[in-house]
Design a protein around this ligand. Structure first.
Ligand code: ADE
Length: 336
């Protein structure tokens, strides 16, 4: 498909990073309790015991670390934990805590049993991390001598567990790794969201949206919203298969959730570099994207689908990657 779309990454609707639109959407769609939360069954089971045991002992829960790709529900789960405990939750993020005074202000305002949610905790700077160690371990704030902090719980979230220092990692009592969702769990999430949004939707479009969601609830919910918009404008608001297909044609999202930039990357490697191997910097230059964006935003999903492979000499579009685009590998004629 030809690229005739100028959307930036910010606007890519299949991008799993959170946008402002998601924040509004998440407020209504976010499950509040563990039994409303779909998928991640092993984590739910563990968390349920973890929470009940702490409640039985009359203690705050130990610090919890949640890690996994963007859009899988780390923030949602932190709120669920706080609701299950009936405790207050204070939300901040690694990059938002710039000075030691920022952290001191947050910590001294907490009450017994409160939860402090720190998103992107891997982006905390080193000196802030060091204030956090005694606060997590002994409820002590060493920069203000003689201040005892209430017993509180930190829930940290990260997409990059390897960027977390070992001493910080060690201070969490429990660590949970959120996985990509099963297809049928994504279907259940779409069904639930449609009910909350009062959108009529048939079974087939639920499957079609799920197939394009990249196994990620945030993407599924965003696609549902876009298809709903289309169905309200072009139809009577109820989502049927025809409207759903037409909406995805307009959005240029194919049946596996690839958008035009994903396809451009694969096509560039095939057309200009014989399918690879080709270096990341060359791909970035040829597609007009920056290297980190290609590596962190586009490649993970293409590799998860096994359309793209990373070899010692660079990136290669695999046989099934060629097949998905209707291409034959180098030396073979193009499929018509
Ligand atoms: N909305 C987003 N993620 C969800 C989940 N895991 N369960 C239910 N609804 C959701």
């Amino acid at each position: 498909m030809e690229n005739n779309n100028n959307s930036t990454d910010e606007e890519r609707i299949i991008n799993a990073q959170e946008t402002n639109g998601d924040k509004v959407l998440d407020l209504s769609l976010r499950p509040k309790k563990l039994d409303e939360y779909i998928g991640q069954n092993k984590i739910k089971e563990n968390l349920s015991i973890f929470i009940q045991a702490a409640q039985k002992r009359g203690e705050p829960i130990e610090h919890v670390l949640l890690y996994g790709s963007p859009g899988l529900g780390k923030t949602t789960l932190a709120h669920v934990i706080s609701n299950e405990l009936g405790s207050n939750i204070r939300v901040t993020s690694g990059p938002a805590i710039e000075k030691s005074g920022d952290l001191a202000a947050i910590l001294t305002n907490l009450s017994e049993g409160d939860i402090l949610f720190i998103d992107e905790i891997h982006r905390l700077n080193k000196n802030i991390e060091e204030i956090l160690y005694p606060a997590m371990e002994d409820y002590a704030l060493d920069i203000i001598i003689g201040i005892d902090l209430p017993r509180f719980t930190i829930i940290g979230a990260t997409t990059k567990i390897s960027s977390l220092s070992a001493p910080l990692r060690d201070r969490f009592g429990a660590t949970y790794h959120l996985n990509f969702y099963e297809h049928n769990d994504i279907e259940k999430i779409i069904n639930r969201s449609a009910k909350i949004l009062s959108v009529g939707i048939e079974d087939e479009p639920i499957k079609e949206i799920a197939a394009r969601s990249r196994f990620t609830p945030r993407v599924a919910n965003r696609l549902l919203k876009r298809v709903r918009d289309y169905s309200e404008v072009k139809g009577d608001g109820r989502i049927n298969n025809n409207l759903c297909q037409a909406a995805f044609d307009m959005l240029e999202i194919d049946e596996l959730g690839l958008d035009w930039i994903d396809r451009k990357i694969l096509e560039t490697i095939i057309d200009k570099f014989g399918g690879g191997p080709v270096g990341l910097n060359t791909i970035a230059a040829a597609t007009g994207e920056d290297m980190a964006t290609v590596e962190d935003v586009y490649e993970p999903y293409l590799m998860r689908l096994a359309f793209l492979d990373r070899g010692p000499r660079g990136r290669i579009v695999t046989d099934i990657g060629h097949k998905h685009l209707g291409r034959k590998k180098k030396g073979q004629s193009k499929i018509l």
